[in-house]
Design a protein around this ligand. Structure first.
Ligand SMILES: Cc1cc2nc3c(=O)[nH]c(=O)nc-3n(C[C@H](O)[C@H](O)[C@H](O)COP(=O)(O)OP(=O)(O)OC[C@H]3O[C@@H](n4cnc5c(N)ncnc54)[C@H](O)[C@@H]3O)c2cc1C
Length: 414
């Protein structure tokens, strides 16, 4: 029964993502076209495509997303609640880095030794309901940070950015989600203190951390926390911005050279009143916002599996003459992108014919080809039951992951 529900979802959903797959295919021809389109250096507030500045939601897409999300049973439960945790974990296996911090760090070290991939480690969990859960999360993260500090990769200080980092979500440290716009409350003040404790602890041990972005109820708290930590003088903390949110265009203006941010399209299905609902727009904005952040001096971490979107980003960095040490790319461990990632790390991608044609940027291309681009893998880990519950929540939020999971099991690289 469960298997047939699962196959039904898979078969009905696969059609809806085919255009996305086509769009994510990397084509050298695409690079060439984008070099042509991106030859002018970025202007503040400029766009990389005529669609990028659009802020109106597309009702068709909203309906489509609504349909996917509406896969609930008569009792109002999501159909994903019917999938056993064991099957969820089986699908999620390629993304998970074991159950313990020791296992996750061993994977991080192996990834660096074998492929020169860096890592960011994330303890699975979120939506704490009691103060004791939040305090336990602080303790677990402290132990992880200490382990990373005690067992660093053998790298010179000049290469410190390649060391493993840590990622965490604000909701792990608060017992209740804030309402939109809420930044202070007794609950949130406690969450802020817990986050600051962790950031301070990690700074003392030389470990870099990232405060992640969650759904829009958290955005004010997560960003205000981040900027406040920066104003307090912490240098080891970065954050995340989501290109789908309309507000991000304005939030960008607060970033400067003291900061570091991951740029993502955003995983949460947000309402069309506050967010873009079409992926091509989010992807154009990913390039546009990354470019703006680089122009503001911020260290940028571009996190997407869409290789064409990344090709557009690289074309922009070459056009804007951005040195490779000012940015990196990030991926979920388990999404098959090995060929592309190896071409990035080795710099081989930039030695290709299509890049050679950009005559005026030869020196920058030579730097890219020589230094390569830093590739960082996202390594979430956690004990079976917690990891299963977490992955089920992700599935509910983004049912396309079922199709992605099956593609991964078939090892469809691109
Ligand atoms: C390192 C990292 C950190 C992130 N942190 C955050 C965060 O803090 N907050 C937040 O809201 N979002 C975060 N995200 C998620 C991000 O917002 C996107 O939802 C996610 O990356 C998918 O978007 P995409 O840009 O890869 O494009 P898509 O168009 O969604 O994907 C392109 C292709 O990549 C493959 N793919 C994408 N996702 C998966 C998957 N899960 N499994 C298997 N294959 C997949 C598929 O082949 C797909 O067609 C993070 C993503 C990464 C990689």
């Amino acid at each position: 029964m469960t298997l047939s529900i699962f196959l039904f979802i898979f078969l009905t959903d696969i059609g809806s993502i085919i255009p996305v797959e086509n769009q994510s295919e990397f084509t050298p021809r695409g690079i060439q076209d984008h070099f042509m389109a991106l030859k002018t250096p970025v202007k503040q507030g400029g766009t990389t495509s005529s669609k990028a500045g659009q802020t109106k939601a597309n009702p068709g897409t909203q309906m489509k997303q609504g349909k996917v999300q509406a896969q609930t049973t008569a009792s109002g439960k999501s159909i994903f609640d019917a999938i056993p945790i064991s099957l969820v974990l089986y699908l999620a296996k390629p993304y998970l880095a074991g159950e313990t911090k020791e296992e996750a760090l061993a994977i991080a070290h192996a990834l660096y030794q074998e492929n020169k991939y860096s890592s960011t480690l994330d303890i699975l969990g979120e939506d704490a309901s009691q103060d004791s859960d939040c305090d336990a999360s602080v303790q677990h993260y402290k132990e992880l940070i200490k382990l990373i500090a005690d067992k660093p990769l053998a790298l010179p200080e000049s290469e410190a950015r390649r060391q493993p980092t840590v990622s965490f979500k604000p909701s792990m440290f608060a017992t209740k989600a804030p309402s939109v716009g809420m930044v202070r409350s007794a609950e949130l003040d406690k969450a802020y203190n817990r986050i600051e404790t962790l950031v301070g602890f990690a700074e003392g041990l030389g470990v870099r951390v990232t405060l992640e972005a969650e759904d829009h109820r958290w955005t004010d708290f997560h960003l205000e926390t981040y900027f406040s930590l920066i104003e307090s003088g912490y240098k080891n903390v970065g954050t995340v911005i989501q290109t789908r949110l309309f507000r991000t265009q304005k939030d960008l203006q607060r970033f400067d050279e003291r900061m570091r941010t991951r740029v993502v399209i955003g995983i949460y299905n947000e309402p069309g009143t506050i967010a873009h609902t079409e992926k091509p727009i989010m992807k154009d904005l990913l390039v546009k916002y990354s470019r703006e952040l680089l122009a503001r001096g911020t260290y940028v971490e571009v996190a997407t599996h869409d290789t064409q979107c990344l090709a557009n980003f690289f074309a922009a960095t070459v056009t804007d003459r951005v040195e490779p040490h000012r940015f990196e790319t990030q991926y979920l461990q388990g999404v098959p992108r090995k060929r592309f990632q190896q071409a990035l790390v080795s710099g081989q991608l930039f030695a290709g014919e299509e890049y050679k044609k950009v005559q005026e940027a030869q020196q920058f291309l030579a730097n890219l080809a020589e230094q390569g681009v830093l590739v960082r893998m996202y390594l979430p880990f956690g004990e079976g039951k917690v990891a299963g519950a977490y992955c089920r929540r992700r599935l509910k939020e983004n049912p396309n992951m079922i199709t992605y999971g099956i593609k991964n099991l078939l090892k469809l690289d691109s």
